[in-house]
Design a protein around this ligand. Structure first.
Ligand SMILES: CC(C)=CCC/C(C)=C/CC/C(C)=C/COP(=O)(O)OP(=O)(O)O
Ligand SMILES: [Mg+2]
Ligand SMILES: [Mg+2]
Ligand SMILES: [Mg+2]
Length: 575
């Protein structure tokens, strides 16, 4: 959409909204009802309607794909463990396996290979490797948890000027690899800070001169680097744009196709289940003021983990996150401060007797909330893991209190200091409650120690929360400011440090960049917990990039989220 159209959208949207408020205003003037003035947002309606309800899973087809995967999977496994394969070829095979989202099928074999290759690492070997090979190796080691030193890139810098050598700018594949490598940087790796800016500028300057797959690959990475992407979608795009790299061994694309088709059927069934549940709960009738975004929230949760074994976990986490949309839009775009106080108290009480104290319109939500959690607690108690449900429920109560704090600030016109805002903002980022809710269906790997680690509010989780809170604020503060919603991190930062709006946004973006470095650090070995428990946190940060890198892609889901939902769940025939 051209910027002109975009501003048209905003204008027409604003006019609609003004008309609605106006209508409300005149409506109240004439009828003298006690109906309060409400901060209505008139959110755009669902893009999808009921189209995902009609899917019907053919389990024979699903089993057919699973069966057909066995043979190419064994072929790929043999390649991964093949002791005669040259180590750089081995690393580039593992790289393609990883980008195709297949690592989890060969995790033991891949970890064993990388442990061995990482032990054999010495910097001298890298003297004769070109930029492309160096960057592939760097990415594989870093993605799988090994801290390959960024010194491997020193030889590409001009020792006298200290900048990157001009000569590498002609090596587009190498530059692309360096750009993707730079996204894995940690604090204290300035060569990679430079590399990220240098390669992005260079690649943007040549992208229109490129052709074929290389053009598609550069456009794909410039739009969003792999590391910040949604694994399921990134796998699909790697398959489409890197067929040369994928077809080095013909069993790999064969496996990738069957794997994608298997997952697509399972995910369409999950989307049908949550869409039917949402429709049966009649939220769009009882709370019509909320954003109707079931496929978008399901896509968000799919971003956390796409492995078949997490099917139930995705359904549970999607439902709880949909509850959060109802809660957030109720606090932000409908309830009065009195109603918010009553609802927050009811959520803290978590008792059906609190029904009579909350407004009529929100009672169905409250009842469904309590029933859903009671059912989850009962189910998980059978596995002796009801504690994960309690942790999710307590985090849910926590965010309601956080949303109340925001509402009190809005109501009193108070603009919190930035530190005070962030203390509450990490809670309202919703990434604590969502990550804990993601654990509920993950099975026996979520033991006492896993829960204890999450409850300790680890740095990696805080970093993901900060990215969620601040990226959302940077992309939604104008729209929310127009509606008089609580001051966001942007307003707090401006007020606390007396800087311009642009300076504030630059500072917030630097905080987001540093938070990404903390997440990258947290995923490197030795890890505090298994990567299975870190992946939802890393992927939640990735989904913020997917939804908010260019605009408020959740309130206005007509671009990236629509494209991704179409790619994964609409029509696309089996590969
Ligand atoms: C904050 C954030 C990006 C959360 C992501 C996790 C998530 C899906 C939370 C559910 C509520 C929601 C969609 C908030 C984002 O919109 P918003 O801009 O209305 O959130 P806000 O009211 O907290 O600013
Ligand atoms: Mg909101
Ligand atoms: Mg809110
Ligand atoms: Mg917002």
């Amino acid at each position: 959409m051209s910027p002109f159209n975009k501003s048209n959208l905003a204008i027409s949207f604003h006019l609609q909204e003004m008309a609605a408020v106006e209508a409300n205003g005149t409506f109240q003037a004439n009828t003298k009802t006690t109906e309060p003035v409400r901060p209505l947002a008139n959110f755009p309606p669902s893009v999808w309607g009921d189209r995902f309800l009609s899917f019907s899973l053919d389990t024979t087809e699903l089993e057919g794909y699973a069966k057909a995967m066995e043979e190419p999977k064994e072929e790929v496994r043999k390649l991964i463990v093949d002791p005669t394969m040259d180590s750089n070829k081995k690393l580039s095979l593992i790289y393609s396996v990883h980008r195709l989202g297949l690592t989890y099928l060969f995790l033991q074999e891949i970890e064993a290979q990388l442990d061995k290759l990482f032990k054999e690492f010495n910097l001298q070997d890298y003297d004769e490797f070109d930029l492309y090979t160096t960057s592939i190796n760097f990415q594989v080691f870093r993605h799988l948890g090994h801290k390959l030193p960024c010194d491997v890139f020193n030889k590409f810098k001009d020792s006298s000027s200290g900048t990157f050598k001009e000569s590498i700018t002609n090596d587009v594949k190498g530059m692309l690899g360096l750009y993707e490598s730079a996204q894995l940087r940690l604090r204290g790796e300035p060569i990679l800070d430079e590399a990220s800016a240098f390669t992005e500028t260079q690649l943007k300057s040549v992208v229109n001169t490129l052709e074929g797959n290389l053009a598609k690959q550069v456009m794909q990475s410039l739009r969003r680097p792999f590391h910040q992407g949604m694994p399921m979608v990134e796998a699909r795009m790697y398959f489409s744009n890197y067929d040369e790299e994928c077809s080095t061994h013909e069993s790999l694309p064969k496996l990738a196709k069957l794997h994608f088709n298997y997952l697509q059927l399972q995910q369409k069934e999950e989307l049908r289940i949550v869409s039917k549940w949402w429709k049966d709960m009649r939220f769009q009738e009882t709370t019509p003021y909320i954003r109707d975004r079931v496929p978008e929230i399901y896509l968000w949760i799919l971003g956390l983990y796409f492995e078949p074994r997490y099917s139930l976990a995705r359904i549970i986490a999607t439902k709880i996150t949909l509850f959060l949309v109802v809660l957030d839009d109720t606090y932000d775009a409908y309830a009065t401060i009195e109603e918010i106080r009553l609802l927050t108290d009811a959520i803290n009480r978590w008792d059906i007797s609190a029904m009579e104290q909350i407004p009529e319109y929100i009672r169905p939500f409250y009842k469904i909330l309590l029933d859903e959690y009671a059912e989850l607690e009962k189910q998980l108690a059978k596995e002796g893991r009801a504690k994960s449900v309690i942790a999710s429920k307590e985090a849910f109560q926590d965010i309601a209190r956080g949303y109340l704090e925001e509402a009190e600030w809005t109501n009193s016109g108070y603009v919190a200091s930035f530190p005070e805002y962030m203390k509450n903002g990490l809670i309202t980022s919703a990434y604590n409650v969502i990550s804990k809710s993601a654990l509920v269906g993950m099975g026996e790997m979520v033991g006492e120690d896993a829960l204890a680690w999450y409850e300790s509010h680890p740095k990696t989780l805080q970093a993901s929360e900060l990215i969620s809170r601040l990226q959302d604020d940077v992309m939604t503060y104008q729209f929310e400011r127009e509606r008089g919603q609580s001051a966001t991190g942007v307003d707090s930062y401006i007020k606390t440090y007396g800087v311009t709006e642009k300076e504030a946004i630059d500072e917030l973006n630097k905080m987001i960049e540093n938070a990404w470095k903390d997440i990258n650090e947290g995923c490197l070995k030795p890890r505090e917990v298994s990567m299975d428990l870190l992946a939802p946190i890393l992927n939640l940060a990735r989904m913020i990039d997917v939804v908010y890198r260019y605009d408020d892609g959740f309130t206005f889901p007509g671009k990236t989220m629509k494209e991704y939902i179409t790619l994964l769940f609409v029509g696309s025939s089996p590969m």
